[in-house]
Write a protein that binds this ligand. Structure first.
Ligand SMILES: [Zn+2]
Length: 82
């Protein structure tokens, strides 16, 4: 019998849970998000995600629109830091 540990982020498999855990923690997590709307629309056309490493991305049904690092050109409702 063999125990396999699987990353919940990307599905990569490991034989050692600690190695798997360390790997899993290397994936970025969502820090905050912001829905982006076209003027007058009730539903968003895209969403901006700010990750816990400071990078960010704008995503839509078409995929990744833009990716950025550290500094955000938009302010978020969840961000209260100065
Ligand atoms: Zn992974």
């Amino acid at each position: 019998m063999q125990t396999i540990y699987k990353c919940e982020g990307c599905g990569k498999e490991f034989g050692d849970w600690r190695v798997c855990s360390d790997h899993e923690n290397e994936h970025v997590k969502i820090e905050s998000s912001q829905l982006l709307f076209n003027q007058g629309d009730s539903h968003p056309t895209s969403v901006k995600i700010i990750f816990n490493d400071g990078s960010w991305g704008t995503y839509s049904q078409d995929g990744i629109i833009t990716l950025g690092e550290k500094e955000s050109p938009l302010t978020t409702a969840n961000s209260t830091e100065d």
